[in-house]
Design a protein around this ligand. Structure first.
Ligand SMILES: *Cc1c(COP(=O)(O)O)cnc(C)c1O
Length: 353
């Protein structure tokens, strides 16, 4: 840290992302990436787009917006894109929260929320989950703060129904309710369509997980057009060009190649279900997941030990040191063969206990 950093920023505690080792060193099940690459048609196209990189990219993401809004059944003015959904989350924090209007979210959820609250000097109110790691929706009714919920939640993987989310929205007529649907395609119920009915609802999504584009950085929000215009005001005050030309085209083709997308999702869901059954056999306790990861613990082996032993076997999973969840590891769903290797490794770990 230099002596020039401002006092407030000296206090910042930055987000700690999961490890990103060189590709190929580990079976990588620690950051919820999709094990399948984007469709070949999309990646083939990128070099053509790159040839025009001497010109600025389309700041309105015109083609992507057209393809996306048609697919999701919304109007163009109900959509905004960003450099990953973390960026949209930042825009929402800047638009709808400050030191007076705080932000309310579960105490176990995506680690970035707290980081943004600190960065933007927002008062954060963190609500404990129930003993079974579920969210009690009435904890969010008539909140004094902007409400932010990940659905399905991370790292638990547990989902609320669309109906439950709607109750939170209806019971917050004076607040913005932000639903982070980063994992929605793996089995949850989206509430994107409810943005037509409720002018205080923002649904955020990402192409990083279900659409195999983590490294291309593409996120979006769907909301009433006045809210989208607020978010565009922030975006265009910060970086109008934040979604690069290659990523815009990758995103559009990803939506057009719908069969490929649906096929990879259904593979991941089916591998997840088989994997959970295998974990059961090894006496693991696994929370019911609607995401492309599972949150699981073993009655006899600590989360940290499982993490370390798997790492010795060249398999990376995620372990969080937070006391509330330190018994658990979060395991992303990879390919069938990756999960078989993992199960074999877990069998070895469990057998010596
Ligand atoms: C991965 C993730 C994001 C961020 O995704 P990017 O689009 O890659 O920035 C947002 N929210 C949750 C809950 C996530 O797990």
């Amino acid at each position: 840290m230099s002596v020039f950093l401002t006092k407030e920023k000296q206090k910042l505690k930055a987000y700690t992302p999961g490890e990103q080792p060189k590709i190929g060193q580990f079976i990588k099940l620690n950051t919820n990436e999709n094990p399948f690459p984007p469709p070949v048609k999309a990646t083939d196209f990128v070099s053509q787009i790159a040839k025009n990189c001497h010109f600025y990219n389309d700041m309105n993401c015109t083609r992507l917006t057209e393809v996306f809004s048609k697919y999701y059944g919304v109007e163009k003015e109900n959509v905004i894109f960003s450099n990953g959904s973390d960026e949209i989350l930042a825009f929402c924090c800047q638009a709808y929260c400050d030191s007076e209007k705080g932000i309310r979210f579960p105490n176990i959820s995506y680690g970035f929320y707290n980081v943004f609250a600190n960065l933007y000097e927002i008062k954060s109110v963190q609500i404990p989950l129930e003993y079974d790691f579920t969210i009690k929706i009435s904890d969010y009714f008539n909140s004094s703060e902007t409400v932010l919920i990940t659905n399905p939640n991370a790292p638990t993987g547990i989902a609320l129904t669309a109906d439950e989310i709607e109750q939170i929205v209806v019971n917050n007529p004076d607040n913005i309710v932000i639903i982070d649907e980063a994992y929605i395609d793996f089995g949850g119920e989206t509430v994107a369509h409810l943005t037509k009915k409720h002018k205080n609802l923002i649904v955020i999504g990402t192409f990083s997980k279900s659409r195999s584009m983590a490294g291309a950085r593409l996120g979006y929000a769907i909301a009433d057009k006045e809210l989208i215009s607020d978010l565009n005001r922030i975006k265009f005050s910060f970086n109008p060009y934040s979604v690069n030309a290659m990523t815009q085209e990758l995103g559009a083709i990803s939506i057009e190649e719908d069969d490929y997308f649906k096929d990879s999702i259904s593979k991941i869901i089916s591998v997840r279900e088989d994997f959970v059954a295998e974990l059961d056999e090894l006496s693991f306790i696994t929370l019911p997941s609607k995401a492309n990861f599972v949150f699981t613990k073993h009655p006899k082996i600590s989360g940290e030990e499982i993490y370390n032993r798997l790492k010795d076997d060249k398999i990376l999973v995620r372990h969080f040191k937070d006391d509330l969840i330190s018994d658990f590891v979060r395991i992303s769903i990879g390919t069938k063969s990756e999960m078989e290797t993992l199960i074999n490794s877990l069998k070895g770990i469990v057998s010596i206990k």
